[in-house]
Design a binder for this molecule. Structure first.
Ligand code: HEM
Length: 228
């Protein structure tokens, strides 16, 4: 009996094991963000033609800024060390940058297609990309309510609003993951990305989704339990 108890890992060991695992996952995510962003910017050669700004701005917005905005709340590894106030401030600054780049990338592809007399939103990438851009902008505006709870008092408590914000954020991130995966099947990707680097891009996109989803779920579950 005593031997059985001694063999069981104690709570402290388990906590430090899951902390180390979360730290490793966040480090992998930072690396995937860096790798994917650098690769797409390098491959698209920003400024080489008008279209090139679409993948560049979308990657900066929805991979670099948006992912880092969410990883800001990683308890083990956000790139900025600081208290909760700092995390929140960095989160909304990065979100604003993500929306600015996303809307910029959207305007570029819209004008590019209009100039060539092409129809809009005819592919799944284009259609879901439109929905993702709009829902990210809406999500960012809704986030103002968390900064100024007086604005949302009528609709929800602050604790409820935080859970809604995280849930819709997760849905948005899932949609963006889908849009990015579909981008890898576009004619542009077929012409410019091949072999090992294509698999590398897919791996980066999907690893990021996995890490972000795990982090948000783990941060929100205790909050949900408290609300019950
Ligand atoms: C590496 C990243 C990306 C690449 C290489 C890329 C590539 C392309 C290409 C080749 C097109 C033209 C063909 C089509 O209409 O499907 C396109 C259109 C479009 N993309 Fe992307 N894209 C990327 C990321 C994104 C992201 C993250 C979003 C939004 C969340 C997005 C939103 C759109 C939209 C809305 C259109 C359609 C515009 C229209 O039909 O007027 N893209 N993209």
């Amino acid at each position: 009996m005593l031997e059985d108890l001694e063999e069981q890992p104690n709570k402290k060991d388990l906590a430090s094991y899951s902390n180390r695992r979360a730290l490793f996952a966040a480090m992998v995510a930072h690396f995937a963000v860096f790798l994917f962003t650098t690769f797409i910017v390098y491959t698209a050669v920003p400024g080489s033609n008008f279209f090139s700004w679409h993948p560049v701005l979308m990657t900066l917005g929805f991979v670099l800024f948006l992912t880092e905005a969410i990883l800001m709340f990683s308890q083990q590894s956000s790139l900025i060390r600081g208290d909760r106030k700092w995390q929140v401030r960095s989160h909304w600054i990065l979100q604003v940058l993500a929306v600015v780049c996303g809307v910029g990338g959207f305007i570029i592809i819209y004008i590019n297609k209009a100039d060539r007399g092409k129809q809009h939103f005819t592919t799944w990438h284009g259609l879901l990309g439109l929905i993702a851009t709009i829902s990210c902008a809406v999500q960012a505006v809704a986030g103002i309510g968390l900064q100024y709870p007086i604005l949302i008092k009528k609709f929800a408590t602050l604790a409820q609003a935080k859970v809604y914000h995280a849930t819709f954020g997760l849905l948005n991130y899932t949609l963006i993951t889908l849009v990015l995966n579909l981008a890898m099947w576009s004619n542009w990707a077929k012409r410019n990305i091949s072999g090992f680097s294509w698999y590398g891009c897919i791996a980066c996109i999907d690893i990021l989704a996995l890490v972000v989803m795990t982090q948000v779920t783990n941060n929100q579950l205790p909050r949900l339990r408290r609300q019950r």
